[in-house]
Design a protein around this ligand. Structure first.
Ligand code: HEM
Length: 216
């Protein structure tokens, strides 16, 4: 139950964050204004950040406890292991989850604290006097290694969600023969749509479709 509820909260964040980020395709005024709005929330933004951080910590703590209990319940490994129903994604939830965590830590250092790229500090405010998040994202993703790491992180996030975004229905007690396979399919479609939505940003930058609003 706890894993399901914290998972739903994190999924809602990932959807909202994607919608916010896709504003890069509408131009600098949109995404810079959006980012400024978030910052103007002041103490409320900090309450949201602390709430999200607590949610992530609880989600990870409970899932790792569950994985350990699972292992303890059968200390001797199976001699023969054949998976009947469990998909690759469902069998590697801890691994994909921990790599996504590493990605999020790097991502916050990159775009929120901005310590991984010295050039971000040189960006001037846009004509509306907002921090130029638009150009920061473009300069960030023009680096092929950075973009590749994002695509890898997003791939693992999609793998994680391709199982997690439907399995929470079962954890909450919703499980029947016709509905469960449909939810599982819907969950996979949802996860890979998120992947396409997020990766469209570094890919558009690498293809030169989105250019910085100011020169450095
Ligand atoms: C191409 C993909 C992504 C882009 C372009 C992107 C963009 C950004 C940007 C620009 C910020 C800083 C916002 C600001 O300071 O105004 C940010 C913060 C953040 N992003 Fe992302 N993001 C991406 C993927 C993700 C994913 C997949 C996750 C989670 C699984 C995520 C989680 C976060 C978190 C937790 C923050 C910190 C929010 C805060 O400042 O409190 N991001 N992202």
């Amino acid at each position: 139950m706890i894993v399901a509820i914290t998972g739903i909260i994190l999924i809602l964040f990932v959807i909202g964050h994607l919608l916010g980020n896709l504003q890069i395709f509408l131009g600098p005024d949109w995404i810079n204004g959006y980012s400024q709005h978030l910052r103007d929330l002041g103490p409320i933004l900090w309450i949201i950040r602390i709430f999200l951080l607590t949610t992530v910590i609880v989600h990870i703590y409970v899932t790792i406890r569950l994985a350990i209990d699972n292992r303890r319940a059968r200390p001797k490994a199976y001699i023969e292991k054949e998976h009947v129903k469990a998909t690759f994604a469902s069998r590697h939830m801890v691994m994909s989850g921990l790599i996504v965590l590493a990605f999020i830590i790097y991502h916050i250092a990159h775009f929120t604290v901005r310590v991984t790229d010295q050039r971000f500090a040189l960006l001037k405010a846009d004509p509306l006097n907002h921090y130029d998040v638009y150009s920061m994202m473009v300069y960030g993703f023009q680096n092929i290694y950075v973009s590749s790491f994002y695509v890898l992180g997003l791939f693992l996030l999609a793998l994680h969600l391709s199982h997690g975004s439907s399995s929470f229905f079962q954890s909450l007690g919703l499980n029947n023969k016709t509905l469960t396979p449909r939810l599982a399919f819907g969950g996979r479609v949802f996860a890979w749509l998120l992947f396409l939505g997020y990766t469209s940003i570094p890919i558009a930058v690498l293809l030169g479709l989105v250019k910085p609003a100011q020169q450095l």
